[in-house]
Write a protein that binds this ligand. Structure first.
Ligand SMILES: Cc1ncc(COP(=O)(O)O)c(C=O)c1O
Length: 420
C-alpha cells in the first residue's frame, strides 16, 4: 500500500503543537499519574458545577422521553432548535443584541468552530486572492496554528509591552501595526481570543471597540473567541463587558463551564456565516452532539447560565490565580522572571529573559523531571520576523491542586536557574 497523503492530509497530520499538547494532556491523565500536570487547558474540577451537571443529568434521566430523544435523534446541523431559540432570546433580553436564531450555529466544540471559520474565510478565493486571518495580538491560541488548509493562513502583529509593576507586564494591541497589516494584506477577518489563551490578557473594552471599528471599516468580520470569556463561562477577573455587533462572529463554548467532554460550542454571527457553519457541520459530521445543549438549555432559558461565572467560576479561579502568584514570587525569588497580568482564564504566561535555551528545550528538561508545561514558541505563529521573546515564555495551568503547582514551580525555578 502506498503511504502517500494529500497535501491537505499531510498538513493536518503534521506533528502540530496542539497534537503534542492534547497527547501530553491525555497521557498525563491516564498513563503518567505521577506527572505534575501544568500543561493542558482542562478546566479544574469545581465542586459546585460538578454537582450542577450531575443534577441536570439526573433530571434528564428521570424524564424518560426527553432522555430517549436526546440519545436517539440527530439534531439539525445548525443545532438544537430549542437551545438556539433560548440563546437568541437570552442575548436579546440581557444585552440588547440583535441576535435571532438565524445568527446562531452550534458546533462540536470551539476547536471545530475555528476550523470551519478559518477555512471558510481564508485561503484562495474565486477572485484569485489568497486571503488571510489577522491576529492583532501575538502570542495567540496554539489551537489555531495548524488549522488552515491553505499554507500561511495567519498574519500576526507583535503587541506593545507595558509594565504594570515590577515582574508584571501586559500586552496591548499595537494599533498602527494592525492598521498597516490591514492595508498591506488581503485580510479575510480579524481574530482574537478574549481572555487570551495563553496569556490571560483581557483585551480592554476600548481595544475591542477599536478592532470592531477597523473590521467594519474594511468590510470584514471580527472574530471574538470567548472560550473563557463573556457572557459565559465568565472566567474573567476584570469588569470588561461582553461585546457583539452584527459584523462580529462570537464563539462561546461549554467546555470551561466544566463540560469539555460534551464538545459543544456556539458561533454567533451574520446569518450567512451561521448558515455556512451549519452546512459545513452537515458535511463533516451530519449533526452536533446534543448532550451539552440538552444539559444547559434550562439554564439558558432561566438566564442562570450567566450567573455561573460571577458566582462560582470567577471566585474559584481568581482565588487560585492570587494564591499561585504568591507561590511564583516565593519559588522564583532567586531567578529573573516576569509574568503577564492574570486577568482571566486559568493560565500563567511566564517569561524568563535570561534563559539561554529555547523554552522548547526547557519543556523537554521539565518533562524529564515529570513537570508538564507548554513551551511558548507554539503561540507565536504568523509573525513576519523572528522575535527573541518567543523563546523565553511558557504557559502554565495554575488551576491544579496547590501541591502540584508549588512543586512544579519549584522544579521550574531549578531548571531555569540551571539554563540561565
Ligand atoms: C482560546 C480557545 N479557543 C477555543 C478553544 C476550544 O475549546 P473547545 O473546543 O473545548 O470548545 C480553547 C480550548 O482550550 C481555547 O483555549
Amino acid at each position: 500500500m502506498t503511504r502517500s497523503f494529500s497535501k491537505v492530509g499531510t498538513k493536518l497530520t503534521a506533528r502540530s503543537g496542539i497534537l503534542e499538547l492534547m497527547d501530553d494532556l491525555g497521557r498525563a491523565m491516564t498513563e503518567w499519574p505521577d506527572m505534575l500536570m501544568l500543561g493542558g487547558g482542562n478546566p479544574a474540577a469545581v465542586p459546585a458545577v460538578q454537582t450542577l451537571w450531575r443534577e441536570r443529568m439526573a433530571e434528564l434521566l428521570a424524564d424518560g422521553p426527553a432522555f430517549d430523544r436526546m440519545l436517539g435523534n440527530y439534531d439539525p446541523p445548525q443545532g438544537n432548535p430549542r437551545f438556539i431559540k433560548a440563546l437568541a432570546e437570552l442575548l436579546q433580553r440581557e444585552f440588547d443584541w440583535a441576535v435571532a436564531p438565524r445568527n446562531i450555529a452550534v458546533t462540536n466544540g470551539g476547536q471545530s468552530a475555528f476550523f470551519f471559520l478559518f477555512n471558510l474565510l481564508a485561503g484562495e478565493h474565486s477572485d484569485g486572492l489568497r486571503r488571510k486571518i489577522l491576529l492583532p495580538l501575538c502570542p495567540e491560541y496554539i489551537g489555531y496554528a495548524d488549522q488552515g488548509f491553505a499554507p500561511e493562513m495567519f498574519v500576526a502583529c507583535r503587541p506593545e509591552i507595558t509594565w504594570l509593576e515590577p515582574h508584571i507586564f501586559k500586552y496591548r494591541i499595537d494599533f498602527p501595526a494592525v492598521e498597516a497589516a490591514l492595508r498591506d494584506g488581503d485580510i479575510a477577518a480579524i481574530a482574537v481570543s478574549r481572555p487570551t489563551n495563553p496569556t490571560g490578557n483581557m483585551l480592554t473594552d476600548d481595544e475591542v471597540r477599536r478592532l470592531s471599528a477597523l473590521a467594519a471599516q474594511h468590510g470584514i468580520p471580527l472574530i471574538l473567541d470567548n472560550a473563557y470569556g463573556a457572557p459565559f463561562p465568565g472566567v474573567i477577573f476584570t469588569d470588561a463587558k461582553p461585546f457583539w455587533e452584527p459584523h462580529v462572529i462570537m464563539t462561546l463554548s461549554l467546555s470551561k463551564l466544566g463540560l469539555p467532554g460534551t464538545r459543544t460550542s456556539v458561533v454567533i454571527g451574520p446569518p450567512h456565516i451561521a448558515e455556512a457553519i451549519a452546512a459545513m457541520t452537515a458535511i463533516a459530521g451530519l449533526a452536533n452532539g446534543n448532550i451539552g445543549q440538552q444539559l444547559v438549555t434550562p439554564l439558558i432559558e432561566s438566564g442562570e447560565i450567566l450567573q455561573l461565572g460571577p458566582k462560582i467560576l470567577r471566585p474559584f479561579y481568581e482565588e487560585k490565580s492570587h494564591a499561585a502568584l504568591a507561590w511564583v514570587r516565593e519559588a522564583f525569588a532567586d531567578i529573573e522572571w516576569a509574568i503577564h497580568a492574570s486577568e482571566g482564564a486559568f493560565f500563567f504566561w511566564l517569561c524568563f529573559r535570561k534563559l539561554r535555551i529555547p523554552t522548547r528545550e526547557l519543556y523537554e528538561r521539565l518533562k524529564a523531571r515529570k513537570v508538564l508545561i507548554v513551551p511558548g514558541e507554539y503561540f507565536f505563529f504568523g509573525l513576519a520576523e523572528d522575535w527573541e521573546h518567543s523563546r523565553q515564555c511558557l504557559r502554565l495551568n495554575f488551576a491544579q491542586p496547590e501541591a502540584v503547582v508549588r512543586e512544579g514551580l519549584r522544579i521550574i525555578a531549578e531548571e531555569v536557574a540551571r539554563a540561565s
